[in-house]
Design a protein around this ligand. Structure first.
Ligand code: ADP
Ligand code: MG
Length: 394
């Protein structure tokens, strides 16, 4: 168990909070502010508790340079609306300079200051100890609430904790509870659904989940490497050549562990990666050479939905088809609906899976939707995340 903001006295103290304000932008406008909203409980708690709050975040990949298009200004504006003006944007291309230090020194209880994009400094991603120390000198307590970057050992996510007492915010607390505890001690049957396109990244997660789940469902781009490993023709479907052997050994391992592994039994195929292409449903072992499978078929959807309905715990990472296109969204919709209707604890990790659930209007029906893509994967894989490992234990 990690200490949270509730386990430490923050009144009158300068508290440095690492948030994940890495929001999607289009023409300088925020298109989805869920990450900002998710940070509010911790910020508001600290305001009410009389802390002096210094917010840090990255935005995009400015690669150590102060680039205008990566400024946190849009985030500052949105936060200002949400906090009714109680926030100052200490805008410096160097992130920390004498003016910033003076502003911080002059803060009153309940005041909030946002610093500029922490990745304007290349020392950040280098986890440079000197820079970590400079950051730490701005405050007396470090709070990490940036789950999305908790798998990175950077100055503002982990290095800073070498110099300050470090605790989690409410968002990280919630992620630990649902991703960590659910997987560590699941109500059974425990079903995991793995899909998406980052096959090489996700196969290690499949391996780790095998020792924990009762049923492992494979869909999306992942599935075709497994079908190939079974010796099926997969046509022009997405394939990770290097993982075929591993896929084969995972299927064997599943067998010996008594884990039921489900692969698509039918698939929706198209002549090209386009919503305009001609489509047809084929048995999974009869994918025509010239076609690519872009979704699971109706029989597979029914089979998966049936297992989900019987589950007590479901973890889902990765859409089972190209849900962004109308013709290939049915499988992902069926899985999302099955989760929405399930009696199980339902946990969703992965940016695109979360986007799919939101697009279908089913987000409210899930127990927990993780805010971290890569971080949630690594957490599910059972890895120690530097941004969590550095926090004080209870
Ligand atoms: P997440 O963000 O949920 O972890 P990924 O990033 O791994 O998921 O993958 C999401 C992408 O996978 C989606 O954009 C989707 O279109 C794609 N995808 C799903 N099934 C297939 C498929 N059969 N062929 C190609 N791409 C697919
Ligand atoms: Mg993704």
């Amino acid at each position: 168990m990690k200490k949270t903001v509730k386990d430490i006295d923050v009144k009158g103290k300068h508290v440095i909070v690492r948030c994940d304000f890495n929001v999607p932008l289009e023409d300088g406008m925020i298109t989805d502010d869920i990450r900002i909203l998710s940070a509010l409980p911790t910020i508001k708690y600290l305001i009410d508790a009389g802390a002096k709050i210094i917010l840090l975040s990255h935005l995009g990949r400015p690669k150590g340079e102060a680039k205008k298009e990566f400024s946190l200004q849009p985030v500052a504006d949105r936060l200002s609306e949400l906090l009714e003006g109680n926030i100052t944007f200490a805008q410096s291309p160097e992130v920390i300079d004498d003016n910033v230090k003076a502003s911080v020194a002059g803060m009153k209880e309940g005041e909030v200051i946002l610093l500029e994009n922490i990745r304007f400094r290349k020392e950040e991603t280098d986890n440079d100890p000197e820079f970590s120390k400079q950051l730490a000198e701005l405050g007396e307590i470090f709070v990490n609430d940036a789950f999305g970057t908790a798998h990175r050992a950077h100055s503002s996510t982990a290095g800073i904790a070498d110099y300050l007492p470090a605790v989690s915010g409410f968002l990280i607390e919630k992620e630990i509870k649902f991703l960590g505890n659910t997987v560590a001690d699941p109500a059974r049957p425990f079903v995991a659904i793995m899909g998406g396109s980052k096959v090489a990244d996700k196969i290690p997660v499949v391996k780790s989940l095998l020792t924990k789940v009762d049923i492992l469902i494979i869909g999306g781009g992942m599935a075709y490497t497994f079908l190939k490993a079974k010796g099926y023709e997969i046509g022009a479907s997405i394939l990770d050549d290097k993982s075929i052997e591993l896929a084969a050994s995972l299927m064997k391992e599943a067998d010996s562990l008594g884990v039921k592994m489900l692969l698509p039994v039918d698939v929706v195929c198209a002549s090209e990666f386009s919503n305009e292409a001609a489509v047809g449903v084929y048995d999974a072992d009869k994918i025509p050479k010239e076609l690519m499978a872009l979704d699971i078929g109706p029989a597979t959807s029914a089979l998966y939905a049936d297992e989900i309905a019987k589950a007590e715990t479901v973890v889902w990472n990765g859409p089972v088809g190209v849900f962004e296109m109308e013709n290939y969204k049915q499988g992902t919709l069926a899985v999302a609906k099955a989760l929405a209707e399930a009696k199980a604890v339902t946990v969703i990790g992965g940016g695109d899976s979360a986007a799919a659930v939101a697009q279908f209007g089913l987000a409210e029906k899930m127990t927990h939707i993780s805010t971290g893509g890569g971080a949630s994967l690594e957490y599910l894989e059972g890895k120690q995340l530097p941004g969590i490992a550095c926090l004080m234990d209870i």
